[in-house]
Design a protein around this ligand. Structure first.
Ligand code: UFG
Length: 321
């Protein structure tokens, strides 16, 4: 297929682009490099540097078979402090993209949604029917876009899929997390190993979980990318399908730190601090719908594999592996 990938220089977008070109798709990446990296874009893809609001319409007018929309702002804390960046950067931009899709008659859309659309869950594992009550502007903006996509699919015949990511981690094909502002657990723990920080802070050990630290569902970026390809294939005109993507297993913060110790051989000092505002105790996905409809099954589910792949890439970048 001839595809437009917005945000294809970012973490998940770049891995997905690599997989798409590997499978023979003709990919144009549109990314303004505000958080992405030009060298993460597959050399087999065409790269256009620019923002979605300004440039997507002309690219879609070339006649694309689909668009995968990764470009977004995605920091929960930042979204609380600067909601305007999220309402304009995520919602207004995505509405402009939807209008460009409609004008060009682009048949398919795959959208990067998030577990943050659910907020504090009532039931674990979280299914797609769970109430959506986001607890921060980041989740609220992604949910607003999901609603817009539903109405565009219903009214204009778009074949749309939203993928709700849980905790994405790991690396694939030399591509991994490289955030300027890092807030995610696994890269922060590995920064202790590389000497960029002295210890890892555990945000609370008094949660209602077996070891008192929060449980999250860590999904390997490669498995996540595979789901995008399946979503593209299975998207149906006039329908908007939503899928949760995780492994169905929760690992605690302490278990993640222990996996990092096993993989790296470093003692990784940890210090317990207060809970972080807005953290739910447990976030674990039910991906039964993605398995049933798309035939998707995560394969790289071992925490040591996920951490090991992230660690291998860090060493490669440092020139020691
Ligand atoms: N954590 C620590 N110390 C740190 C960093 C994180 O203890 O230095 C803990 C957090 O409190 C949390 C877990 O590690 O319990 C994972 O935290 P991350 O920041 O890596 O990920 P989140 O679960 O907060 O975020 C994920 C997605 C977001 C999404 C959110 C929904 O990355 O995009 O779930 O709540 F919005």
């Amino acid at each position: 297929m001839k595809l437009l990938v917005t945000g294809g220089a970012g973490y998940v977008g770049s891995v997905c682009t690599a997989l798409l070109v590997e499978r023979g798709h003709q990919v144009t990446v549109l990314d303004d490099l505000s958080t992405g990296h030009a060298d993460a874009v597959s050399p087999s893809a065409r790269f256009v540097e620019g923002d979605v609001a300004t440039h997507a319409a002309a690219l879609l007018a070339e006649g694309m078979d689909g668009v995968l929309h990764f470009a977004a702002k995605s920091l929960v804390g930042e979204s609380v402090e600067h909601p305007e960046l999220y309402w304009f950067g995520n919602v207004v931009t995505s509405l402009k993209l939807l209008e460009a899709v409609r004008a060009a008659g682009t048949p398919r859309l795959v959208f990067s949604s998030t577990a943050a659309t659910y907020g504090e869950p009532e039931q674990i594992p979280i299914t797609e029917d769970a109430p959506t009550r986001p607890t921060n502007p980041y989740g609220a903006t992604k949910l607003a876009i999901d609603h817009a996509i539903t109405s565009y699919a219903n009214a204009h015949g778009l074949a749309a899929v939203s993928l709700r990511y849980f905790n994405v981690a790991g690396a694939h094909g030399g591509l991994g997390e490289r955030h300027i502002v890092e807030t995610h657990l696994i890269p922060l723990v590995l920064q202790v190993v590389t000497g960029q920080r002295e210890h890892i802070t555990i945000y609370g050990d008094d949660w209602p979980t077996p070891d008192g630290t929060c449980l999250r569902d860590y999904i390997h970026v490669r498995d996540l990318a595979e789901a995008h390809l399946l979503a593209l294939e299975h998207a149906t005109a006039g329908a908007h399908r939503i899928y949760n993507l995780g492994t169905g297993t929760g690992f605690s913060v302490v278990e993640v730190i222990e996996a990092c110790r096993r993989v790296t051989g470093h003692p990784i000092p940890a210090q317990v601090a207060a809970r972080r505002a807005g953290d739910p105790a447990v976030l674990v996905a039910s991906s039964a719908r993605a398995t049933a409809d798309l035939g998707w099954r995560p394969e790289l589910t071992s925490l040591d594999t996920i951490v090991g792949d992230a660690w291998q890439l860090i060493q490669q970048r440092a020139g020691v592996a």
